[in-house]
Design a protein around this ligand. Structure first.
Ligand SMILES: Nc1ncnc2c1ncn2[C@@H]1O[C@H](COP(=O)(O)OP(=O)(O)OP(=O)(O)O)[C@@H](O)[C@H]1O
Ligand SMILES: [Mg+2]
Length: 613
């Protein structure tokens, strides 16, 4: 798959300085969230920072007093000298140093702890938000990029916290240091401003560039992650080795990552180059100021103590201001990631107008699928093309049809994962979008064709079908015996507590059919009104499949159910069979009726039967 990188990058919105500044408006909301997580720690951190903001100017001032005292003393005779004042101030300076160091460590500690708390809570927020969103949204690639940025930028949000708090502290320090400078030599302020402007411009220009690059590469970074995953992973190892794909995957990774490296390299090299030049300018201005201060001392306007104080203040101010600007651009940059996060958690979930109708406790009539058309978002063709049929309450239906005919899609629409393009689905005469979606979906027990293999314990793998019953061992065992998962359990050294999969220590990998039995048990974890099994037994051996269906049929007497299967021995047990051909229903009837029809059903049945003879 060749990628046109430039067009891809152009397609992404260009991020300029203005967008960065605009993103700063998310910071108050960010602080509010942190405040809500732990107000005590937030307050403590703020107070400590406030105290330490005054430390630099106080230390410089005490230093000035000590030097002036020493010089005064040297002018006196030995008899007149008295060092007690000097020692007093030295002790004060020492005290301030120690306290300020302790405070600094407490600040770092609370920064780290608050960061951890925030990172945990925002991860939970993201998981919960994902639950609210529809399947259609989750499958959308643009959306996926947003999610990716929200998810992976947790670190940058944690840095944002300490950066913005440091910024406030810095501002207070800068103001106090400037006050001292203005008091003695206001002229120095002009030199200071001149020395700082170039580095500010440098910062803004380049950090903005690297952010734009990182952002416009979200899709490629996703591909890089994916390649890294398939290249080194126990699930893919078999094919990668057997097909000799390592080189292919590694090359593809290298080509893409080299491209990014080059683009990024250019930016950082330029930034460093300009940074060096601008810094030399800054140093020159500092020495200009220094010479000026020395001259003022030589002409008797300033004392030696004031010299140390002023040159020290000037130097600290320059550093502080430089940090202030670079931190500022970092804050603006992180704020853009913050915007991604808030954009994600603010994503609108389509609201239902008015009240939902109450869901029937027991299905009275059944489902009516009425003139249903459906096309996947972004798709080119209709997948379902005018589907009409009823599923009566308590009826056992089977869907058959060739790969890609639209069987799974039809199930997804019945489950309300997508809105039909046109037509409607009625339950007891009411359009299903009149019911609360979560309540409606809770009515079903479903096992999908591509069910997920959770790397949890065996027990948890069954309980995910109704996680509220995780501690209900009896229920879990009943479900397991219905799906034949109990046979899997007894083969495991740790029984129900067996960790599955290979990712974690003592994890046990299962065979395809064993996984399917475990997944199938999920469908039995609740008293679902409607059971849907999408090819639940494709990996089971013939005997197991027969057993599973016998149990299924006994259990579901009086319940509505839909089974999708390519095995006609299973399908023929259904009350009615729906044959789907290329998004349309080609026939409906019992096994006997369809056999007499001599359509696709009879043809496929004969084919399969011939294979068994
Ligand atoms: N999430 C999706 N987005 C876009 N197109 C999809 C999506 N899922 C399926 N399709 C397309 O819809 C068509 C019907 O797919 P569907 O999964 O419903 O087939 P099926 O009848 O269940 O086939 P099988 O027997 O192989 O499971 C296929 O052409 C497929 O490419
Ligand atoms: Mg399918």
């Amino acid at each position: 798959m060749a990628r046109n990188l430039t067009s891809l990058q152009k397609a992404n919105k260009k991020t300029d300085l203005k967008t960065s500044f605009k993103a700063l408006k998310y910071i108050p909301r960010f602080f509010k969230e942190i405040w809500l997580i732990n107000p005590g720690m937030f307050l403590a951190n703020g107070s400590l920072r406030l105290i330490n903001a005054f430390a630099p100017v106080i230390i410089l001032w005490v230093g000035k007093i000590i030097i002036d005292l020493i010089i005064d003393q040297t002018k006196l005779t030995a008899a007149e000298q008295d060092y007690s004042q000097i020692w007093k101030f030295v002790a004060i300076e020492l005290g301030i140093f120690i306290v300020s160091d302790v405070i600094n460590r407490l600040i770092t500690l609370t920064d780290g702890l608050m960061g951890d708390l925030y990172s945990n809570s925002s991860s939970v927020t993201i998981i919960n938000k994902t639950k609210e969103l529809g399947i259609a949204q989750l499958e959308d690639p643009d959306f996926y990029d947003k999610l990716e940025r929200a998810r992976t930028q947790t670190n940058s949000r944690v840095n944002l916290l300490s950066n913005s708090l440091s910024q406030v502290q810095s501002v207070i320090s800068i103001i106090t240091l400037m006050a001292g400078l203005i008091f003695f030599e206001p002229l120095l302020i002009i030199l200071l401003v001149l020395s700082i402007i170039p580095s500010f411009i440098n910062e803004v220009k380049f950090s903005n560039k690297s952010y734009s690059l990182a952002r416009s590469w979200t899709a490629e970074r996703r591909e890089l992650d994916y390649l890294r995953y398939i290249g080194a992973n126990s699930n893919t190892a078999k094919e990668i080795k057997l097909f000799g794909l390592t080189g292919f995957v590694a090359d593809r990774f290298k080509t893409l990552s080299d491209k990014y490296y080059e683009l990024n390299k250019n930016i950082v090299i330029k930034k460093t180059g300009y940074g060096i030049i601008f810094n030399i300018l800054g140093v020159l201005s500092y020495y200009g100021a220094y010479v000026y201060i020395i001259l003022r001392v030589l002409t008797g306007v300033l004392t030696i103590g004031e010299l140390t104080f002023l040159s020290g203040s000037f130097n600290r101010l320059r550093n502080n201001l430089q940090q202030f600007f670079s931190r500022f651009t970092r804050i603006a940059e992180s704020a853009l990631y913050l915007k991604d996060y808030f954009d994600f958690i603010d994503l609108k979930v389509p609201e239902h107008e008015g009240e939902y109708l109450p869901l029937p406790k027991e299905i009275q009539e059944g489902f009516f699928i009425k003139d249903l058309y459906f096309r996947y978002p972004g798709g080119e063709d209709d997948v379902l093309k005018g589907v009409n049929f009823r599923i009566n309450a308590g009826e056992k239906m089977a869907f058959v049809g060739q790969n890609g005919a639209g069987k799974t899609t039809l199930i997804k629409l019945i489950l309300r994962f997508y809105e039909p393009t046109s037509g409607e689905i009625l339950l007891d005469g009411v359009n299903i979008n009149q019911y609360d979606p979560l309540e409606y979906q809770a009515m079903f027990g479903v096992i999908f064709q591509d069910f997920f293999k959770y790397e949890f314990t065996l027990k948890e793998n069954i309980a995910v079908g109704n996680i509220d019953e995780l501690e209900n061992q009896e229920r879990i065992e009943t479900a397991a015996s219905l799906s034949l998962a109990d046979e899997v359990v007894s083969a495991m050294p740790e029984g129900y507590e067996q960790q599955l999969g290979r990712r974690f220590v003592r994890g046990q990998e299962l065979s395809g059919g064993q996984w399917q039995k475990v997944a199938l048990a999920r469908a039995y974890m609740k008293d679902a009104n409607v059971l849907i099994l999408d090819e639940p037994t494709s990996a089971l051996d013939a005997k197991a499949e027969f057993d599973v269906f016998e149990r299924f049929i006994n259990l579901t007497t009086g319940k509505t159910s839909i089974i999708i299967s390519h095995r006609f021995s299973t399908v023929r047990m259904a009350d009615r069979i729906i044959v789907i051909e290329d998004g349309k229903i080609s026939s409906i009837g019992t096994h006997e009726e369809l056999m007499q029809d001599e359509g696709l059903y009879a043809e496929l049945f004969e084919l399969q039967a011939a294979g068994y003879q």
